[in-house]
Design a protein around this ligand. Structure first.
Ligand code: ATP
Ligand code: MG
Length: 689
């Protein structure tokens, strides 16, 4: 419930308030990290609902991660009475896309229960079309198609634009890939934004319907919008252009996904009446952290000059520590966190460990587990990439959308039901001749006498079982009837029981592995049930929701008292009292990827320079997550791809103006054996007890 007597004035400084109250046209808030951009958005939502008479359903706020969306919703709930937030949309671009496509499915030639493929599935399709196992080539084709989609180029346009034989091939694959997705009644991640945009562009009725609905739009992290998202915002707001965008060009970290900072500049030309507001006071970090951040980012060219200041005091010195290896780095960070939690009387949730690349998480997790430090991992897809999770989700996808052939194949073969490769191949050939999904083909192949009864029987049993669950989940034919639909939770339990998934695990794996996997499945099921209940989702909605979480991040739980582990990318917009940034090394941060395919040295140099700039912005994002203390660590030796690589400290350490600080070694700790280190921890814990 909102605090009585709460006013905007007491919560915002002058320029922030100006931005929140401005309703005469489009408004852009451009400001550095921690200056209250997100706060302006939440306060403005409150203002629109409470004081301007906007109905909840006419206000839409868009963010980049589920977590950010959730935090924003919670914040709004503390400001506005729940009667006024009814129908309010605070979501990611992608969730809005799902909702849009579900409602407008007919116009997009989709059924409302369409599947959302994750990038592993998408890669599988591309692999089949390309008929290669060359990973680098596959990745490059997938990336190219994604960039085309984000630039709103269809296969025709891509074919025309293709300049090299490789690109021409990618364009051809793009066409077949899209056709395959259509056949599977599936969309990929990029389509969730592209298809609504294309649809609104081409269909006046749809456009008007959405423009009437979205009377005020707010967009956070605007610097990371791509061409397609830019158009979507434009189309949703129409000529009225009632929107507020907030962003920071120095935090643009998604160029590799087609985001373009020029969108910030483009706003000023597309909307000459645009109100531009800058914020300069930082409310998050102590001065030392802020000035280190300012110094690093000072090495980049920028669109707009910003001078950030804070009155939160100077703060403690930033610590930079050199470590011998990544294992020691992880252990030492874990040890320090437990010591600091004690010394500072802090909670686990006050600490975050940030890193550049997902692979770094493994050693850190191990170290935290050794010391029994509770943690939450976000930003990784690891959980949803696990075989057992994909197995269960394949069933759910198939139940929601039986045109989803990849889900069919996975489900029908796990657990094995005596359905062999030959049977599937015969079924596949028949299905493609008749242009049917594999699922539908099961019912027709009998007449065609393609398969022996012995082969057919297990297929038919399987299909009948899926159909039965579909009906009980609330689907009759293609019309969904919500009455009489059974709740998703119990259905899920029953499903797992019938397919005997637990037994399958114990039959095919050793006991420990089976146990772990079954625990993961139960974790998934528990989470799905909670979700279904909390948000009142039926099985079909639930499946689409899961897909989104899969793509972005997990961590849908409330904030438990745990240390947060996150990639730099996923930490955007968040803040923590104490931040450990690990692996601050040349090659890792800045990250040096695979060598450019391009042979032109001048071009390669240019692309290297722009890449370093993006890495520098990522560094800036990392530093500015910290409120009170910041620790950087780098390793002299790191295990990468099964090799020990010798590392140098990152140039960003110099650029932060920390070269004068003597790099601290940690001789005591490094001289210890793992056993001694554990002993040290025990002492520490005893001290506490
Ligand atoms: P980022 O660029 O990292 O997304 P931001 O500009 O969105 O940062 P916020 O997250 O909105 O910044 O604000 C940073 C912190 O400062 C938050 O804890 C917020 O509550 C606090 N803050 C912002 N404005 C004010 C204010 N006027 N008074 C007090 N605290 C504020
Ligand atoms: Mg923010």
């Amino acid at each position: 419930t909102p605090a009585p007597g709460h006013t905007l004035a007491s919560d915002l400084n002058t320029p922030q308030r100006m931005a929140a109250l401005y309703l005469d046209g489009p408004c852009l808030v451009l400001a550095g990290a921690g200056s209250g951009k997100t706060r302006v958005i939440t306060q403005k939502i409150a203002y629109l609902l409470r004081e301007c008479g906007y109905m909840g359903r006419h206000v839409v706020a868009l963010t980049f991660t589920n977590k950010a969306a959730r935090e924003m919703s919670e914040r709004v709930k503390t400001l506005v009475d729940s009667r006024l937030t009814k129908g309010l949309t605070i979501s990611t671009f992608h969730s809005l896309g799902v909702r849009f496509l579900r409602e407008e499915a007919r116009h997009a030639r989709l059924k409302p229960e369409f599947s959302i493929l994750d990038s592993t599935d998408a890669m599988g399709i591309i692999q089949e079309l390309l008929a290669t196992t060359d990973k680098a080539r596959l990745r490059s084709v997938q990336q190219t198609i994604s960039l085309w989609k984000n630039a709103l180029m269809d296969p025709d346009a891509a074919e025309k634009a293709a300049a090299t034989p490789n690109e021409a091939e990618a364009a051809r694959i793009y066409r077949s890939y899209d056709a395959t997705l259509a056949a599977y009644q599936s969309v990929d991640f990029d389509d969730l934004i592209r298809l609504p945009t294309v649809l609104m562009q081409g269909n006046e009725a749809v456009r008007e319907r959405w423009q009437a609905r979205v009377q005020y739009l707010l967009v956070d992290e605007y610097q990371d919008t791509n061409e397609c998202q830019y158009r979507l915002v434009q189309l949703l707001t129409g000529r009225r252009a009632m929107f507020t965008a907030v962003g920071d060009d120095d935090q643009a970290i998604y160029a590799w996904r087609g985001a373009t900072v020029e969108n910030l500049a483009k706003l000023t030309t597309d909307y000459p009446q645009l109100k531009l507001i800058k914020l300069e006071q930082n409310y998050r970090s102590v001065q030392r952290i802020l000035s280190a951040a300012n110094q690093v980012i000072g090495h980049n060219p920028n669109l707009f000059d910003k001078k950030l200041w804070s009155d939160l005091g100077v703060g403690e010195p930033i610590q930079v520590t050199a470590m011998d290896t990544d294992v020691i780095e992880a252990e030492s960070v874990a040890l320090r966190i437990s010591a600091e939690r004690f010394e500072r009387r802090a909670e686990w949730r006050d600490f975050a460990i940030l890193y550049r690349s997902n692979q770094q998480a493994r050693v850190v997790e191990q170290a935290l587990r050794n010391l029994r430090i509770p943690y939450t991992l976000s930003g990784g897809q690891s959980f949803f990439d696990k075989a057992e999770i994909r197995d269960v989700l394949a069933y759910l996808r198939l139940i929601a959308n039986d045109d989803d052939d990849p889900a069919f194949i996975r489900a029908v073969t796990t657990p094995r039901r005596g359905i062999g490769q030959a049977t599937l191949q015969a079924l596949g050939e028949f299905a493609s001749q008749k242009q049917l999904s594999l699922f539908a083909a099961v019912f027709e192949v009998a007449e065609a006498e393609r398969l022996a009864a012995r082969q057919l029987e297990p297929l038919q049993t399987f299909a009948a079982f899926i159909q039965q669950i579909q009906q009980r989940a609330g689907r009759k034919g293609s019309d969904r009837v919500s009455q009489g639909a059974e709740p998703a939770g119990p259905l899920l339990d029953e499903l797992l029981g019938v397919i005997q998934y637990e037994r399958h695990l114990y039959d095919t794996l050793d006991e420990r592995a089976a146990q772990t996997r079954w625990q993961n499945v139960q974790e998934l099921v528990g989470w799905l049930k909670r979700k279904a209940e909390e948000d009142d989702l039926d099985l079909f909605e639930l499946v689409q929701h899961v897909a989104l979480v899969t793509m972005l991040e997990r961590g849908d739980e409330d904030d438990p008292d745990t240390v947060k582990l996150s990639t730099l990318h996923a930490s955007k917009g968040l803040e923590y009292p104490h931040v450990y940034l690990v692996g601050v090394e040349e090659g890792l941060l800045p990250h040096m990827g695979r060598d450019e395919e391009d042979g032109d040295p001048a071009k390669a140099a240019e692309s290297l320079a722009t890449r370093i700039q993006e890495e520098r912005r990522l560094m800036y994002v990392g530093i500015t997550r910290a409120q009170r203390t910041l620790h950087l660590t780098w390793c002299k030796k790191r295990r990468r791809a099964r090799e020990d690589v010798v590392c140098e400290p990152s140039r960003f350490i110099d650029e932060m103006g920390l070269s004068s600080v003597k790099l601290r070694e940690d001789p005591e700790l490094q001289a210890l054996s793992p056993k001694q280190r554990l002993g040290m921890l025990k002492d520490l814990l005893n001290k506490k007890g």
